[in-house]
Design a protein around this ligand. Structure first.
Ligand code: ADP
Ligand code: MG
Length: 252
């Protein structure tokens, strides 16, 4: 190899993390847990591709492995076998700190129980992902203001989460998930703790805001009503993921 080859090789080894922004690939993903000395296999060689900008619902009954799947996509947990590739980057090829960086920069999260930080105000909660990626204060301010407006909470900026209803807290969580314009949003039962009206409002905000940013959404749910809001539904059952017709979803 001549010296002249080196930069090209280096460039290939560290592709831009933005390369195919928002594509999520699961390549033969297996996951099991050891439980009281017995191995319990949750995911059995899952293959799937979620395209950039798609809103996909992963529907499955409780214990079917939805959260496990999202944790693997997030790089919070690692597959026993197979690979998860986010925007062209194979998670298992990264060290822990590189995975954390990728997660902070390119992923956003919405959880069933909101998981806002109780000691921070609504505005501070929304701004947290921007602090983690080091966005300039003025830009951060503008984004927080604009999002507060969009989620209908402009007058609650200085409130603490416990002063808000569940639906309001989840709207804050949606704003926090999108504020850094992530390539991918992972939503784990985002309507699981809300009545149907608050749930519908959260889902439509999630849809609108992610459409504007172009984020891919992978939403785990056991709710048919929530799944119907997605572009595409995949059913998780017996460790496998299979495509479903959104008009003929099974009751769980
Ligand atoms: P879902 O989100 O669809 O309800 P989960 O992914 O949380 O399902 O769990 C799938 C299965 O894996 C369950 O049987 C659960 O008990 C098991 N499981 C999940 N996480 C762990 C863990 N950390 N240790 C042991 N078993 C686990
Ligand atoms: Mg779960």
């Amino acid at each position: 190899m001549t010296r002249g080859d080196e930069p090209e090789v280096a460039a290939r080894r560290s592709p831009s993390p933005d390369a195919p922004r928002g594509r999520v690939e699961l390549l033969g993903v297996w996951k099991s847990y050891l439980e009281g000395g017995r191995r319990r296999t949750v995911l059995r060689g899952i293959d799937a591709v979620f395209e950039p900008g798609e809103f996909v619902a992963v529907l499955g009954r409780s214990g079917s492995g939805k959260s496990t799947l999202l944790n693997l996509i997030a790089g919070i947990d690692m597959a026993d076998d197979g690979d998860v590739v986010i925007g062209g980057t194979t998670l298992s090829a990264l060290g822990e700190s590189a995975r954390t960086r990728l997660r902070r920069r390119h992923l956003g999260f919405v959880f069933q129980f909101f998981q806002l930080i109780p000691t921070l105000t609504v505005g501070e909660n929304i701004g947290l992902p921007l602090e983690l990626v080091g966005l300039a204060r003025d830009d951060a301010e503008r984004r927080i203001e604009a999002l507060l407006e969009r989620v209908g909470l402009a007058d609650r900026r200085g409130s603490f989460p416990d002063a808000l209803s569940g639906g309001e807290q989840q709207r804050v969580a949606v704003a926090r998930a999108i504020v850094h314009r992530p390539a991918v949003i992972l939503a784990d039962e985002p309507t699981g703790n809300l009545d149907s009206r608050a749930g519908a409002s959260v889902l439509s905000l999630l849809r609108e805001l992610t459409l504007e940013v172009g984020s891919t959404v992978v939403m785990a749910t056991h709710s048919r009503a929530a799944a119907r809001q997605a572009d595409r539904v995949a059913l998780i059952e017996d460790g496998q993921l299979r495509a479903m017709d959104a008009r003929a979803l099974p009751a769980l």
